[in-house]
Design a protein around this ligand. Structure first.
Ligand code: 5GP
Ligand code: ZN
Length: 114
């Protein structure tokens, strides 16, 4: 059994507020939201980080971005603007080693981030 917290969410071993699911990906609300909209998009197969994207798994990553695009339209924030973030590795601020894309929106963001 996997020790990865996001694999546990995929396998429904721990609960989450799922907003989208199909056979390849799942999107669920972040447990500690930093904005009115804060959804995490992940592949169901365990991929550790951006460093592990290759030609074999690139399809699921593009699938995630298409779904993010659909979701921002559904949520009505596509014209307002929003941000998609994937933290990679220790210095990048990654705390869960299962690749994920934060969709955050519903407020003003600054650049550069902290
Ligand atoms: P990272 O810091 O790796 O970029 O993002 C990990 C994110 O996962 C954080 O925003 C954190 O709040 C979220 N998170 C960690 N554990 C859980 C969990 O068990 N359930 C949910 N829904 N989110 C989680
Ligand atoms: Zn995992």
């Amino acid at each position: 059994m996997s020790e990865c917290v996001f694999c546990k969410i995929v396998n429904k071993e721990i609960p989450s507020e799922i907003v989208y699911e199909d056979d390849k990906i799942i999107a669920f609300k972040d447990i500690n939201p930093i904005a009115p909209v804060h959804v995490l998009f992940i592949p169901k197969n365990h991929i550790a980080s951006l460093n592990d994207i290759d030609n074999e798994n690139a399809d699921v990553i593009s699938h995630i971005f298409i779904k993010i695009r659909e979701m921002v339209k559904e949520l009505g924030i596509s014209d307002e603007g929003y941000r998609v973030v994937s933290n990679c590795g220790a210095l990048g601020g990654q705390t869960v080693d299962h690749i994920h894309f934060h969709l955050i929106g519903g407020r003003q963001f600054q650049w550069p981030p902290g």
